[in-house]
Design a protein around this ligand. Structure first.
Ligand code: ADP
Length: 397
């Protein structure tokens, strides 16, 4: 097949997601997930022309995980040799201030990703493992790293600076970076297409609401503000992450309860958010419990929506003129109630959700605002893998 395809790779600490993506259409003829890398029993669940197949086997590291993935392609199809695979595209989490665009992976680039480990101690080592494994198995293909932080490198100093001693930023990189950039990039372009306006003239507030969640204010295609900061903990309420808390919280918990910094970090990242308030991190479960009258789930929903509404209001002020408020991610795309609740009562700001349109379930990009709404409200499904494939192909020309 002659259209360019990219093998898109997302390496976690014990998992490897891979997807063969047609960079022109976004279609994926084959994909899979290797889990429990480094444990005695690993699994790959592979999707190919025969549907889903599962292979078990012990996988020591990411290189072996790639071998298993290749084996799955050989065994269950499609055959990679039937496609014009032009690159391997790596999702990379933290590019710090060094990367504001996708880059061709070289030893200098992997050194730079290694230097950034202190800013993303869980993610960057896993990304490096993935890159190393893939470079060993695909030595002849160009490898492209696409960073989650890159899209937000357009933030100006007043948006990325914390009001702390300046040397923290200049000497230690303590500043706001923002994440979900690949998704924001994809969704802003798709939103401009939906609105029928040039991206350079379109102002958007985009809410990416998945397990992790963040909002961005995007002015003419450039990110000018976003809710995640130095790490992906800041901002909105998430599945297991608290989002914004008083920065004095760590000191208080340490002094008053004797908790260690590691414990506090863990509680805020893994035991908070929806899980902390409702006991469930999956939004569907929160909605179900809330329907049954569960008080914690009701509170979790209210805090989630209130926080989102605050950010929408703040970003409205940051942008001045807003053309559309866009929802994406598992929650943003599917939970009509979150969209309507977050934007209810904002008619004086020119924002009016159409209840009927908002309730329609669909997998395509669509408007859910009423005709009278000055600001469009849209649901735009994200596709980070397609975006990585596109950026990789653009880079290698
Ligand atoms: P990730 O951030 O891991 O990519 P997703 O974008 O897939 O995650 O979002 C996962 C979240 O979306 C989960 O909390 C899930 O409950 C929620 N979600 C998926 N479908 C629905 C739905 N129909 N209604 C409400 N929430 C949903």
């Amino acid at each position: 097949m002659s259209t360019p395809h990219v093998l898109v790779v997302n390496a976690g600490s014990s998992s490897l997601k891979y997807s063969l993506v047609d960079a022109t259409t976004g279609e994926s003829p084959g994909s899979g997930l290797v889990e429990r890398i480094g444990e005695s029993s690993s699994t790959v669940v592979h999707q190919g022309p025969e549907g889903e197949s599962r292979i078990d086997g012990a996988v020591a590291d990411h290189e072996e995980a790639f071998r298993l993935a290749l084996h799955a392609f050989e065994e269950h199809g499609p055959s990679l040799s039937d496609f014009d695979v032009v690159a391997v595209g790596h999702r990379a989490v933290h590019g710090g201030e060094l990367f504001s665009a996708p880059v061709l992976v070289t030893d200098e680039v992997t050194d730079a990703i290694r230097d950034l480990i202190p800013l993303a101690p869980l993610h960057n080592p896993a990304n490096l493992e993935g890159i190393a494994g893939a470079r060993t198995l695909f030595p002849d293909l160009p490898h492209v790293a696409v960073f989650d932080t890159a899209f937000h490198q357009t933030l100006e100093p007043h948006a990325w600076s914390y009001a702390v001693p300046r040397s923290w930023a200049t000497e230690h990189g303590i500043r706001r970076y923002g994440f979900h950039g690949t998704s924001f990039s994809f969704v802003s372009r798709a939103s401009a297409e939906l609105l029928g306006t040039p991206l350079e003239e379109t102002n958007l507030i985009v809410a990416h609401l998945g397990n992790g969640a963040s909002v961005a204010a995007i002015h003419g295609g450039r990110s000018v503000e976003t809710s995640m900061g130095l790490t992906p903990l800041e901002g909105l309420v998430m599945g297991t992450r608290s989002g914004d808390v008083d920065p004095a919280l760590h000191a208080h918990l340490h002094r008053e309860l004797g908790w260690s910094l590691d414990e506090i970090d863990r509680e805020l990242n893994r035991e908070s958010g929806l899980k902390g308030l409702a006991g469930e991190n999956d939004f569907r479960e929160v909605l179900r419990l809330r329907e049954e009258g569960d008080e914690g789930a009701g509170l979790a929903f209210d805090v989630y929506v209130h926080r989102l509404r605050k950010y929408v209001g703040a970003y409205y002020a940051v942008l001045g003129r807003v053309d559309a408020i866009v929802f994406t991610g598992g929650v943003g795309e599917n939970a009509a109630l979150v969209r309507s609740a977050a934007l209810s009562g904002l008619e004086p700001l020119g924002i009016q959700v159409d209840a009927e349109l908002n309730d329609v379930r669909s997998e395509t990009a669509r408007l859910v605002s009423s005709e009278r709404s000055r600001v469009a409200v849209a649901v735009v499904p994200t596709d980070e893998e397609w975006e990585i494939a596109r950026q990789a192909v653009d880079l290698i020309g």
